[in-house]
Design a protein around this ligand. Sequence first.
Ligand code: HEC
Length: 169
Amino acid sequence: MRPILIAMVAVVGISVALVSMAFATARPEKRLASPIYGVTLPEGYRQWALIAPAQEAAPLDELRVVVGNAVAIEAYRDGTLPLPDGSVLVKLAWKRVPSPEFAPASIPGAATTVQVMVKDSKRYAATGGWGFGRFIDGKPADEAQHRTCYACHQSGVRNHDLVFTRYAH
Ligand code: HEC
């Protein structure tokens, strides 16, 4: 009886150790949150649908695309304003580079920033219902940069829920 018990305890012990190791390695990397707003890079945004591209003139000289999650895309297509809670918008940006294969064309060079806006009308009531995040190489920019977001969106956007980008049909 004894050896069987010892063997059973050993098997259970090894299984517990293996399961906890599996959990430890499967745990997703901790996503860093933006100052002030606590916004993180949303999972899977590279697969989100396009709202519109944009180009920024020099000195930044960038190509950009704005994409949205399913909640935001549905609201855009239906013309729903303000955008509902749960809407998330992401703007990706790259340096604009002339194509080495066809001079008049521009292509994306080095990635610069990924910016995020999250709609939560209660949590972000003080900033028009939007939380902001700017990420460089996956890391949030400093607090000073995050102080600029709401100010520019609030003063620049006309009757479009603080969102500059209109749907490109
Ligand atoms: C000086 C003005 C200005 C500031 C400051 C600014 N933005 Fe924007 N933002 C824009 C403009 C203009 C667009 C429209 C797209 C484009 O031209 O790049 C835009 C677009 C966006 C979009 C796509 C949705 C939309 O409104 O079109 C997100 C997301 C975004 N900005 C996040 C941020 C975050 C986060 C910050 C702060 C870290 C920030 N922005 C600061 C001007 C600004």
